[in-house]
Design a protein around this ligand. Structure first.
Ligand code: NAD
Ligand code: 6OD
Length: 501
């Protein structure tokens, strides 16, 4: 379906009916429960979704377990890689459908969805197929020990049945970020998308069938977290590993659940990311890059910047320039290419963000820009719109400076010295990402090396190389994925030691 502009309603007109995808087929849930998925642009119902019961999860896991030793377990790495390339090609062919589904679920903007997030999902299948082909074989180790001479052959084996639990903010990018390497390594999967965004992972089932992925290798169970599908999956005794992206609190619950059965875990969690702007930066570039890092996807990217530290001599000028960027953003129909501000994911999430607006007010913040609900018209007035919001004047202990808001917000603090900027940046329980803006590359690298986060961008933001390690320090996660790090998580390593007398 080609994307259209303003004439097209914010959502698809008729709600889709979504079933779980188990053993290669869309099947009605074994339980009777369904739930609604809504488009946050106008709060209309876009899908009626089966909530997977414990019996559905059991069936999905058994099917994934059986598929491990079926045809999928017998094909070569090269054949698996070729199938992953076919998956990528089919996603590209159906990009407009995937984009349409993603926009219906999230209210995301048409441009970044159709030209950015969906193609990146496809690309992840190609890239991880090639990474596995290059990195699966490990170098032999010759040894001469008092017990004799031997040759050691370390080899990778699939880890088994992987549970993949995903958030709503980048549904297709973040599910395929895990699905692609898991399949490349020969595993089978049970994927639980966020209850807010069930569509794209579910649509991917048909692509898997068409690409020749055997039944049972890729399964999707839709539903909620605690007390529902997500918890059934985490507790399932036949899961070997859980890869999770979402809130830190949820990650802690999943980690506790994973202890039972000694399931391996990879946790990509929340952030409260700092940006440090030095007076010697390229000012226009720093303002534009910082605006993107604060407001992109309405601030709903774990890597978004919510704390800004600006060298005092340019503080007022920088605040004014960022305010101008915030106020230029235009809410509207996400399918209209002229719209530049998408909504938050839901009315419920907007309530949470509005609570933070109140907390900032109660703590005495100066509201430089925003602070309320963004004005829209027509059907969009029912949507989860919010104003991009900039605060100054708060203490570093204020709630909105400490806690992840996950909205289009930032607090800006002046600093005078490098040490002060680094101390501010590190004064957080989180440690996911940071940006440093400076014309002095030696200084920028010196600062970057002192910040306790998993990724530091110097004079840029969100430049993603899929071969580089990705993950967080402190409460932002456990483990690294990306490139060969994904191979380490999605495989077990066996050492075959051959005695040579
Ligand atoms: P969330 O933790 O509420 O939910 C994520 C997923 O976990 C959903 O599928 C949910 O149904 C499931 N879930 C919730 N409770 C569960 C439980 N007890 N057992 C099993 N599954 C459970 O997160 P969200 O609101 O969907 O996403 C936003 C959060 O994700 C933010 O904190 C953001 O920073 C974080 N995030 C982190 C990264 C990263 O790479 N570090 C990427 C994207 C989002
Ligand atoms: O770019 C990625 O690989 C990644 N995992 C991004 C996460 C973004 C969080 O919202």
């Amino acid at each position: 379906m080609p994307p259209e502009g303003n004439a097209r309603p914010a959502t698809t007109t008729k709600p889709r009916r979504l079933h779980n995808f188990i053993d290669g087929a869309y099947a009605q849930s074994a339980g009777a429960k369904t739930f609604e998925s809504r488009c946050p642009a106008d709060n209309s119902i876009v899908a009626i979704v089966d909530e997977a019961s414990r019996a559905d999860v059991d069936q999905a896991v058994s099917s994934a377990r059986a598929a491990l030793t079926g045809p999928w377990g017998k094909i070569s790495l090269d054949e698996r890689a070729a199938i992953l390339h076919s998956i990528a090609d089919l996603i590209d062919e159906r990009a407009a459908d995937f984009a349409d589904a993603e926009i219906s679920d999230t209210g995301k903007l048409i441009g970044p969805t159709l030209n950015g997030e969906i193609p990146r999902g496809a690309m992840q299948f190609r890239v991880f197929a090639d990474i596995a082909k290059d990195g699966f074989a490990m170098a032999p180790i010759a040894s001469q020990t008092p017990m004799g001479k031997a040759a050691n052959y370390p080899e990778r084996a699939p880890k088994g049945v992987i549970a993949t639990i995903c958030p709503w903010n980048l549904p297709f990018v973040l599910s395929t970020w895990k699905i692609a390497p898991a399949l490349a390594c020969g595993n089978t999967l049970v994927v639980k998308p966020s209850e807010e965004t069930p569509m794209t992972a579910t649509l991917l089932g048909a692509v898997m069938n068409d690409a020749g992925v055997p039944p049972g290798v890729y399964n999707v169970v839709n539903g909620f977290g605690a007390g529902s599908t997500g918890a059934f999956l985490v507790a399932h005794p036949d899961i070997n590993a859980i890869t999770f992206t979402g809130e830190t609190r949820t990650g802690a619950a999943i980690m506790a659940g994973a202890a039972d059965g000694i399931k391996d875990i990879s946790l990509e969690l929340g952030g409260k990311n700092p940006g440090i702007i030095f007076a010697d930066c390229d000012f226009e570039k720093a303002v534009a890059g910082t605006a993107a890092s604060v407001f992109h996807n309405c601030g709903q990217v774990c890597l978004c910047t919510e704390r800004l530290y600006v060298e005092r001599v340019i503080f007022d000028k920088f605040v004014a320039a960022l305010k101008a960027k915030a106020e230029a953003l235009k809410p509207g129909n996400p399918r209209d290419p002229a719209t530049t501000l998408p909504p938050l994911i839901s009315i419920g999430h907007r309530e949470k963000v509005l609570d933070y607006f109140k907390a900032a007010h109660d703590d005495g913040a100066t509201v430089v820009s925003g602070g309320g609900i963004a004005q829209t018209d027509g059907a969009l007035v029912e949507g989860a719109w919010i104003e991009p919001t900039i605060w100054t004047g708060l203490s570093e202990s204020s709630r909105v400076v400490k806690e992840e808001v996950f909205g289009p917000v930032c607090h800006i603090q002046p600093f005078d010295t490098e040490d002060e900027a680094v101390a501010y940046a590190n004064d957080s329980d989180y440690g996911l990402a940071a940006t440093v803006w400076s014309g002095d590359s030696t200084r920028a690298r010196r600062i970057a090396s002192q910040i306790e986060v998993g990724v530091v961008w110097v004079n840029g933001w969100m430049i993603r190389e899929l071969r580089s390690p990705f993950g967080g320090f402190k409460h932002s996660g456990i483990g690294r994925e990306g490139g060969a790090f994904s191979l380490d998580f999605y495989t077990e390593i066996r050492n075959v030691c051959v005695s040579e007398g």
